[in-house]
Design a protein around this ligand. Structure first.
Ligand SMILES: [Zn+2]
Length: 285
């Protein structure tokens, strides 16, 4: 490796010793395993991966001991719906009116300055700083709610197996056969949905939940989210018309519930079915 740290100085191979801000000292007994240097808008950052071989790996609870499962449904209006009825709000760091306006103004300032000029560079840096701030806020918030979810009195967390990049794919191009011109294909509407999806940061949030769960010995079960929001929990009837905004009303049996909480419960229930051949519903909520 060759990376060394002494007080507020770090030694990087090929670069030598340099000063840095040592935000967290390395605990005794740990060795440096890897080191990543990143350039961000306001400077250079170094992150260090450390290891202590004497500490055993975190033990995950055996599946047979899993009794309490909580289901999570990720969304945009609310970031997370939990099967116990809790809802976690989505602050939409990059997609609120105010944030969009700030970004637009800053981007316009860039485009109005002469290309290649110092003023343009300065304005571009301000755009970058805005993105960095949004991303920092989002990261901090995700850690907070991941902790909130994982530290509940539960053994396992059921999450949707989401294909986020598939969801954000562009709409297929439509071409008028006679004129050869492009037709409206819904991409402009899809674009704003894609932005909301990426602003919600589902995959990063899922990763944080997985990380914290592993640390606390809790089990993560990923389930197929197909029809999770349109399937009736009472009779199993699957129908798009079961759902009316926030309300779930089964077209077949009339069962009613909050639609997203119902989806979270369905996800929890699928996890339960997956790990246990025998139903042990007592722990599910
Ligand atoms: Zn039903």
């Amino acid at each position: 490796m060759g990376v060394k740290i002494k007080g507020n100085k770090i030694y990087l191979p090929k670069l030598g010793w340099m000063r840095f801000y040592n935000s967290r000292s390395i605990p005794d007994g740990f060795t440096i395993k890897a080191c990543t240097v990143r350039k961000r808008q306001n400077g250079w950052y170094v992150s260090i991966r450390i290891e202590d071989k004497s500490i055993p790996d975190y033990l995950t609870k055996p599946l047979a001991d899993v009794v309490k499962i909580i289901g999570c449904d990720l969304g945009i209006t609310k970031l997370v719906h939990l099967s116990d009825g809790h809802q976690i709000k989505n602050p939409k760091f990059a997609t609120t009116k105010k944030a969009k306006r700030t970004l637009k103004i800053r981007q316009r300032r860039v485009s109005r300055k002469v290309k290649g000029s110092n003023n343009r560079k300065k304005a571009a840096k301000k755009v970058g700083l805005f993105h960095q701030k949004v991303s920092d806020k989002r990261q901090a918030y995700q850690w907070k709610i991941a902790r909130e979810i994982v530290s509940r009195n539960i053994d396992a967390i059921a999450l949707e197996n989401l294909n986020v990049s598939g969801m954000m794919r562009r709409c297929r191009v439509k071409i008028d056969e006679k004129t050869g011109r492009f037709l409206e294909n819904g991409q402009s509407r899809k674009k704003s949905l894609n932005r909301s999806i990426s602003d919600a940061g589902w995959s990063e949030l899922t990763l944080k939940i997985e990380y914290l769960a592993a640390k606390q010995g809790k089990v993560i079960i990923k389930v197929n989210p197909k029809h999770s929001s349109t399937e009736c929990r009472n009779c199993g009837h699957i129908d798009k018309s079961n759902r009316d905004g926030e309300k779930f009303i089964c077209a077949e049996c009339g069962y009613r519930e909050h639609a997203d909480i119902a989806a979270a419960k369905t996800i929890g229930h699928r996890a339960l079915k997956w790990y246990a051949g025998t139903p042990r519903n007592q722990g599910f909520f």
